[in-house]
Design a protein around this ligand. Structure first.
Ligand code: AP5
Ligand code: MG
Length: 210
């Protein structure tokens, strides 16, 4: 299955992706996670992207398309993949089409802006393995370290309230039009993601026929 997890920042794309990729046995490809890794490693891409991410803007299309193209050509994507955070603009979606990649489903997680602000403020991320937690809704055992790899949790630089507002603005302006793009291709499925993580996983699995 070639799946796109779509939705506003903080909708739960990463959280649901982590859960369903295990069941499907295919990798989740998060452009955000790849860019954050490049920043951590101090690569040229990382240097170019650092200020953009911190401000809540989008990294240029040609840069992101390049990293996705490279990633999709790897062996583990042969039986399918889950894209999280890509495409985010119409030109990115067109570039994906131009690669000849057939998308089976675009799963749109709908969450209100108010809920998103609350989720972002409590999010904690693992710099080691990339796992995502929330201080109230999905805490780790000791509240400080990652349950999976033991690294100390951090807060993402783009989870500051003013950056979150900008990310929401960018989403509504540049990314939301993709709903119509994929609706026209008859692959868009919408799941309301306002309830608990478990309840949302159930809806996601139903929508995907799992
Ligand atoms: P990216 O990393 O993709 O961030 P995003 O799309 O803004 O989404 P998030 O990762 O913030 O949220 P999420 O939907 O994964 O939610 P999560 O599961 O963590 O991109 C970051 C930046 O990189 C962009 O701003 C841009 O600069 C750049 N970039 C990336 N891709 C790009 C592209 N294609 N083009 C250009 N630039 C690009 O959940 C959020 C929190 O809520 C967590 O704490 C979680 O535990 C909690 N939670 C989740 N579900 C629930 C629930 N049902 N109930 C209660 N809490 C929940
Ligand atoms: Mg994410």
């Amino acid at each position: 299955m070639n799946l796109i997890l779509f939705g506003p920042p903080g909708a739960g794309k990463g959280t649901q992706g982590e859960i369903i990729c295990k069941q499907l046995g295919i990798p989740t490809i998060s452009t955000g996670a790849m860019i954050r890794a490049a920043i951590k490693d101090g690569t040229d891409l990382g240097k170019q992207a650092e200020a953009i991410i911190a401000g809540g803007g989008l990294v240029p299309d040609e840069v992101v398309v390049g990293i996705v193209k490279e990633r999709l050509s790897q062996e583990d994507c042969r039986n399918g993949f889950i894209l999280d955070g890509f495409p985010r603009t119409i030109p990115q979606a067109e570039a994906l089409d131009a690669l000849g990649v057939k998308i089976d489903c675009v799963l749109n997680l709908e969450v209100s802006d108010e809920t998103i602000v609350e989720r972002m403020s409590g999010r904690r991320s693992c710099p080691g393995c990339g796992a995502t937690y929330h201080v109230v809704y999905n805490p780790t055992k000791d509240g400080v370290h990652c349950d999976a790899c033991g690294a100390e949790l951090t807060q993402r630089s783009d989870d500051k309230p003013e950056t979150v507002q900008n990310r929401l603005h960018v989403y509504h302006e540049q990314t939301e039009p993709l709903k119509e793009y994929y609706q026209n291709k008859q692959v868009l499925k919408t799941v309301v993601g306002k309830d608990t993580i478990e309840a949302t996983t159930k809806l996601v699995k139903e929508a995907l026929g799992l």
